[in-house]
Structure formats: structure tokens, C-alpha cells
Design a protein. Sequence first.
Length: 375
Amino acid sequence: MLLILAMLSARAADLPPPLTLDIPIPANLALPTWLGEPTTPATTFATLDLPIFTPDPEASLLVTVYFQEKQDGFMRISWQGTQGAQVLSDNFYENIGMANQRSLLISPSTLIGDGTLIFQCSDATLGIERIKLEWLENKESLVSPQLQDLLVTPSVGPTQASLTLNGQPAPAEPGAWQNELVTVPLIDSALRIEEGVEFSVDLDKVPSSARLAFQEAGLPFGQHLVVWINQQRAGTITPSVPDLLDSGFISDATSATNYVGWRDGSYYVPVSLLKQGINTVQFSGESETAGTSVGSSASDAGSQAPVAIKGLVLQLDYTTAPTITSTTTSSATSPTTAPVTSDFLLPQPSLEPTGPIEPTSTETPSTTTTPTTTP
């Protein structure tokens, strides 16, 4: 046993440490032996080539990109290796048109031999501020039997499911119930909210307790989000602050430090504000020091800085699982625009439910836009 542990420790020590590259890459930067000289070939679209010399045939490469999305644009990521060219992501954007952070996991089966990692954007400039490259190895771990996906843990940052790191658009989270808990997704993709967006859900009855959870990007430090339930101020959410070793902390031209990436937020909803029928949820930005909101009411919800959320869900605790008839997302500042809707029906529980059950039918809204510029 001790011999096995010693072998694993020695193996881990053989893998290179994480590497963070600021773009543009300085010409005199000392590069590790596993990374060749980056090049920016003259092509129709801005392109960055990173030659990779795989240090271990069983290692995976976690690539985290910090970038500015171009409106209606795209970022394509490809691998040119011994098995030919392979597109890893047709479009790495999440269609929010603002600073973003996403990660991509490249498996050993793709990295066979040496190759070139290629980034290509739909503009004359890449829009990439930083790239972090981290080699990962397989290890034994203790995982709940309910989790079926491979879990990926970087040196800094949260553990994620590999499905979220495949370079494809995030799948819409289905509505589900487990015992007496009902989970209702209020959004199916990342969405900008600073101009005021209203989320709606139709409830059969008021739950005994409720919780909102989401991921947020763009909210400046020193601000929190005000939660509005049915046009009433319900409370505030301060998103979590990432580890200070996180590469998402980037200084701008004024030397101010901002975080590029997604932060977790959650809120325990006062059920006294909920009602049977249509319920609405909105968010607005507010300074933590001044205590004044950018918008003084839910109809004014918004923040001067670009703010986006994704993965917004409402958890409801019932004595019996109800039927959730519909959810709606609409712009609070454009009442003449027809709202995007999502209708689904949660199944009634059996006498002895054994676990979460997905909706029997699902219709998810389409809040993303297809890039008008195609690769």
C-alpha cells in the first residue's frame, strides 16, 4: 500500500505545474518544455496556435480561457494532432456579449502524441485576455453513487462535472422532484439581466420553504444583488468570492482588479412573499457601502455594469410534490416584447419515490442567438 502511494506521489510530481499565459504573450517569456512557441498566423479570423508536447500519455489537459465575447461572434477551439484536425468547440461563447470565463477538458485519447491547440475568433482581434493550462491525472476518489459523471478537480477552483467542460453549450437543467423537494429551472442558458429581466413561475400552492440558486458574472466587488419577489424587495444576495489564487482576478487599464468568471449565489426565499398562481422574480444591483440601489424598485432592476446569470433554479419544499405548470422569462424594461416561455409538467410521485425524476415533457426557451457571422 505504501509503495502504491509512493508511486502515485512520484507520478503527480512528474506532471508540470499549471501555466497561466496573459495575451498578448510577451516575446521574451520563458516557456516550459511541453509548450512550443505560440504563433498568430495571418488568417481571415484572428488565430492563436499553441504547440503542445504532451508530457504524459495518460494526462488530461484542462484549458481555462478568460475572454471578451463579441456580439453575435464566435470562438472556435480545435486540436490539430497526429489523428488529424478535430473541432473541440464550434463556439465557446455563451452569447452574453461580455467578459466571460469557460474551461475545456481535453482527454488523453485526443492528445495522443504532440499537436497544436488552436483558438480562432470571428474578429480581427482574439478578445482573449488570459489562458490557463493545467495537466491533470486520474486518481481514486470517494464519490456519491448518485453522481454518474466524471468529476474534475483543478489545483484552484471548484470540482466540476466533465459534462460541463466538453466545450458545448450547457444543457438546460430539467425540472425534477425528489421526495418532497421540487426543483424548477427558471432559465435554460446564460442571460444578461442588468436592464431588468423578470422570471416567472406558476405554483399550484405555496411551499413550506424555498431557495433560489444561480451563478453570476460581471457584478463588481462591493455590490450585491437585491432579490424582488412579486415586485416586493425580499432581501439581498452577495455572490461568493473566489480563492485569491484564482486566475480570474484580472487588473484593467486603471489597475482596478475585477473578476472574470462565474460566482455562486443563493437565497432563502421568504415564503410569505409567494402565492398560488403566477410568481415573479427579479434582481437589481446595489452598493454594499452606500446601501442604495441602482434601481429603486423591481421595475428599475438593473446595474450599470454588464451582469449575467445562468443555472437559475427555484427549489421548493412541499409536504406533497405539486405540479409546476409553467415558467416564464421576460424583459421588465420591454413590456411590448412577448416573453420567452418554458412549459413542463413534473410527474406525480409514487408511494415510495426512489430518487429524482425528470419531467415527462420538457419545452425549454431559446434565449440564445445564433451568431450571424459563421466560421
